[in-house]
Design a protein around this ligand. Structure first.
Ligand SMILES: Cc1cc2nc3c(=O)[nH]c(=O)nc-3n(C[C@H](O)[C@H](O)[C@H](O)COP(=O)(O)OP(=O)(O)OC[C@H]3O[C@@H](n4cnc5c(N)ncnc54)[C@H](O)[C@@H]3O)c2cc1C
Length: 392
């Protein structure tokens, strides 16, 4: 006998869990599959997440998604109030920004428990494949053991095998210019300011991307970097670049090199904007599976949670009232579409400058703290608009 659910979600990260919670809250039957053994483990993320106060500034159309930002204090490890960006020539610019540094494991477990209380079934250690036949979907470890679902939500990260099985256009994004390779250590006993997140735009350590120090309080931080392969001048192991950043960087070696390191993680992220179509006949794609990462800052938690929430709501309404799945695309576009597009265009334009530390330095100097703030927060500053027009 084939098990049947209204909604099957592949992936129990921030996108999949929010989808499961929001669908289950509407009273439909939800199952979630994840290949990991435990929710939220391992954490492969810097855990920086905008504080609720910043939402009207950064995503003014998403203020009806405040539950994504307004999180209980036990899911927050630290609170930052400033972001500082360094050029490769050692100068820095700084601006005020309230960010919560999450304890993602706790946050994900908290969302999962709420989804389960609303009736969602979560199956861990369950890698799932999606089989589409005559427009209907089954999901599970094999065709024989798959469950039937009216709607499948692809929330299995990047690149999404689920979205690909549902015929969504994911392949274009799986290419070196459109994706970034990220590596990170969790570090302890280092010199960091609790309120300050630091970003380093230095082609020697993070070609085509940036390196970061995201403080979790009491001398603890996520220290990592993201690179893009076309910017690598010579063949180099990306972990070696992170070692050099921690041990050799002139501004950092006294602060970081005596610390202890643990939890090395690596992961590829899409950085060329959302996939062109995020819904299919019986499928929706959310979070990294739909390439919902802000290309100029690599932020993917908020887009994953927002798109996951909207996907769960639309999937449930589709089952209950026949709502078209295409409504999902209209909903996320309205809330985060403008910022996604601005961020994607700025990243494409910045590709012309990122290869040279000197040019990037002068670009940052030209933009100043306010212009840099706009870029990081996914708004095109007026002073950059002509360059974006020409190069993006
Ligand atoms: C090093 C690093 C640092 C980052 N720092 C930040 C940051 O500071 N702030 C920020 O906003 N974003 C950051 N991001 C991006 C952010 O982590 C992602 O955008 C976010 O996790 C996306 O959530 P998701 O639910 O879409 O995907 P994921 O979190 O990738 O979840 C996908 C889930 O699907 C599961 N899965 C995959 N395939 C299958 C399968 N076949 N069957 C079952 N389960 C499957 C996986 O096990 C996983 O649990 C960072 C990313 C990296 C790599």
């Amino acid at each position: 006998l084939v098990e049947e659910f209204d909604v099957a979600v592949v992936g129990a990260g921030p996108a999949g869990l929010m989808a499961a919670l929001n669908a289950a809250e509407k009273g439909v039957g939800v199952v979630v599959f994840d290949k990991k053994a435990e929710i939220g483990v391992p954490v492969r993320c810097g855990e920086f997440h905008p504080a609720p106060e910043e939402v009207p500034n950064i995503l003014p159309k998403a203020t009806d998604c405040m539950d994504v930002f307004d999180l209980p204090s036990f899911t927050i490890a630290n609170r930052c109030t400033r972001i500082r960006l360094y050029s490769g020539l050692g100068r820095y610019w700084e601006f005020d920004f309230d960010g919560n540094i999450l304890d993602r494991e706790r946050m994900e477990k908290w969302i999962a428990e709420k989804a389960q209380r609303n009736g969602a079934v979560i199956r861990m250690s369950s890698p799932a494949k999606t089989f589409v036949e005559n427009g209907s979907c089954t999901v599970g470890p094999s065709k024989e053991k798959a469950v039937k679902a009216k709607v499948v939500i692809a929330a299995d990260g990047f690149p999404s095998a689920t979205a690909r099985a549902g015929g969504l256009p994911v392949d274009y994004y799986v290419s070196p210019p459109n994706s970034a390779v990220n590596v990170q250590f969790h570090m302890e006993r280092i010199e960091v300011e609790n309120e300050l997140t630091e970003m380093f735009f230095d082609a020697n350590y993070a070609p085509g991307g940036y390196a970061w120090i995201i403080p979790k309080g009491s001398g603890v931080a996520n220290v990592g970097l993201g690179i893009r392969a076309p910017f690598m001048k010579k063949e180099k192991n990306i972990r070696a670049l992170l070692d050099e950043f921690i041990y050799d960087h002139e501004l950092l070696k006294n602060r970081l090199s005596n610390g202890t390191r643990s939890s090395y993680v690596s992961k590829i992220l899409p950085v060329d904007g959302p996939i062109e179509r995020t819904y299919g006949q019986a499928m929706l794609a959310a979070g990294d599976a739909a390439c919902m990462v802000m290309p100029t800052n690599g932020g993917g938690i908020a887009p994953a949670m927002i798109t996951g929430k909207l996907a769960g709501m639309v999937a449930a309404d589709h089952v209950l009232k026949g709502r078209p799945l295409s409504d999902y695309e209209d909903m996320w576009m309205h809330r985060i579409g403008r910022e996604m597009e601005a961020s994607t265009r700025m990243r494409r334009a910045a590709d012309r400058f990122m290869g040279s530390n000197r040019i990037m330095h002068y670009l940052m100097k030209f933009l100043g703290s306010n212009g840099i703030r706009d870029v990081i927060l996914c708004r095109i500053p007026w002073s950059l608009a002509p360059l974006v027009e020409i190069f993006a």
